[in-house]
Ligand binder design. Sequence first.
Ligand code: SF4
Ligand code: SF4
Ligand code: SF4
Length: 670
Amino acid sequence: MKNIDLSLSYSLLEKCCKLCTHSLATPCSLFIECLKKGPLCHEDAVCQSKKEQRRDFLLEKTPQITYVTIGMGSCGLAAGAKKVYNFFARQIKKKDLNVVLKETGCLGLCSEEVLVRIKKPNQKPIYFGNVNVERAAEIVDLYIEHGYTPEGYVLGDLTAKNPNVEGPIKLDRLEPFRKNYAQRVVMKNVGIIEPTSLEEYILKGGFEAFNHVLKSEDNFIEEIKDSGLRGRGGAGFSTGEKLELFAQENGPKVVVTNCHESDPSAFSNRALLEGNPYLVLEGLIVAGLIGGATKGIIYLKPSYTLAYTNIKRALNILEEIGLLGTDILGSGFEFQVEIKLSSGTFVAGEETALIAALSGKRPMPESRPPYPCHRGLDDRPTLIYNCETLANLPSIIVNGAKWFRNIGSKNSSGTKVFSLSGKLRRIGYIEVEFGALLREIIFDYGGGIKDNKTFKAVQIGGPTGGFLPSSLLDIPIDYETLKELGISLGSGSIVVLDNESCIVDITRFNLEYMSKESCGRCIPCREGIYRLLELMETIIMRENQNDEDSSLKRYQVLSQLEKLAKVISDTSTCGLGENVANPVLSSLRYFKEEYEAHTFRKQCLARQCKGLLDYKIDAELCRGCTVCVDRCPEGAIVGERKHSHFILQDKCTRCGICLEICPFEAIVVS
Ligand code: SF4
Ligand code: SF4
Ligand code: SF4
């Protein structure tokens, strides 16, 4: 344990001896290089050895040590990672194992959490999925102590090209993550390193871009423009051009990273912020340095509590070590960062609403121009980038524009991180090159449709995103292709629907959600969403028999839906109103037969719209057991014991309880 003790007791952020001059008062300009290769300012065998041992330890190269890393992002914690972590900690202590326990963020395999990565000396790291305390006990006993791999829940080795040949692992469920278009640029270290360890971040190449920008005269704006990087928050505007406009402005300026992630089905920004806060902070500082700003703001969703904790901790460490503040590393450059919480509403992520929120006002969008990069927060030029956009900057600065352009497709360079959810076997995030086929994302990375059902549609971009049918599964995912189809990339959420999902009902659900999110400024958006919702509700219910006009209203719905959706899109001020009707328009375009079935035949093909379902009792199958009579909350079932029962249609609310509980499967839904 000697190596461990020594390596644990020293940090590369500390002085190695009295000869090290780095402090807040006297910052050393070589601090980052020294951490990776030092000591640089003096020759001392003891310092050299101490630093090297620590570096080996952090890079998991210390001989005889087994490293156990637990996924403790939000998804891991929800799956019980804390318990698993504590169990490992107790076992290590009790058995006096040569094991070091670490925490990390989400690797992208949320449905496999709790995820445990184990790196034994001189072996490749392997991953175990769905680990609970019982499995953790087996891992300690079988794998750590006796070298036997319990195959049932080993996922594989993320780095191996062909694990069946190279390693002992036959079962490799990580294989899709090494396939074709999978490429980790932004998420490279997420789920690998300790999120708030500045030492690990720097040893893995962190702050190299910052160091370069601080000390070089290169034209970084041209480099970023040449890279073709575009905003990852939805609009896809050129990052370099925006930075150029901002840099041309004078006076005090601000850079804001928008980490609001409005879309409730998106979680990749959260995973990034939780798993590698330093990367976003480095991107923010670099943008400030290039653009001539001295202040940075992290604009965060209040529900992202773990992200807040990790960013706050990272900020404190950067301030303590002198990588934030005044005269950073003796360069004269000043940069301060603070975290501001958004209101949490959908529209609070819109650029001008964000400015209003940061000014202490209600987050309501304003019409543009002026654009925030000319006049924004407190009338100062304000550069707003989504956090994924910022997280790309360090790699571009270190590797160059050409390297970045070689990733992705012609007009959409680089990668995009997608949040995968819905009816998929594998839920999580995946970072792929632009140009990856939608089919690959869904079937390779998402594992296809769960429960032996079939693919029906995919919704890209959250509740204001559009639906695509199976005939478009082979499109490449990039800005241009989606734009041609009238769909915005949005925040990169992909929600997959199976054959038992009703497009009409899901569209209605999106509208219901968004009706509460309009800020109310524009009448078409504020009132129009409610009218769209009313129209949708007209066709998912049977008409009121006492209302003579109801049939006529029903038949008018389809044309009214389309007209109103277009008016809302064309006349709203902000992106919310412009896109809110996307689900309506795209579902009408690709799934018109479902609307027609609801409207004209009063039929929900997926049998999801309760208002169109009839619950009946099959007289042949009913034994008159009366179980359903007792459980029906509406008293809608009548009949005598041991005789067939009946459902009174005017009382039945289609709650489905009788269907679930009838022991003789006598309830028929039509
Ligand atoms: S479009 Fe909707 S959310 Fe946007 S400003 Fe108008 S009312 Fe507000
Ligand atoms: S539970 Fe089923 S079998 Fe029993 S009375 Fe109801 S419908 Fe008939
Ligand atoms: S669906 Fe619900 S309300 Fe209708 S008969 Fe069955 S239990 Fe009663």
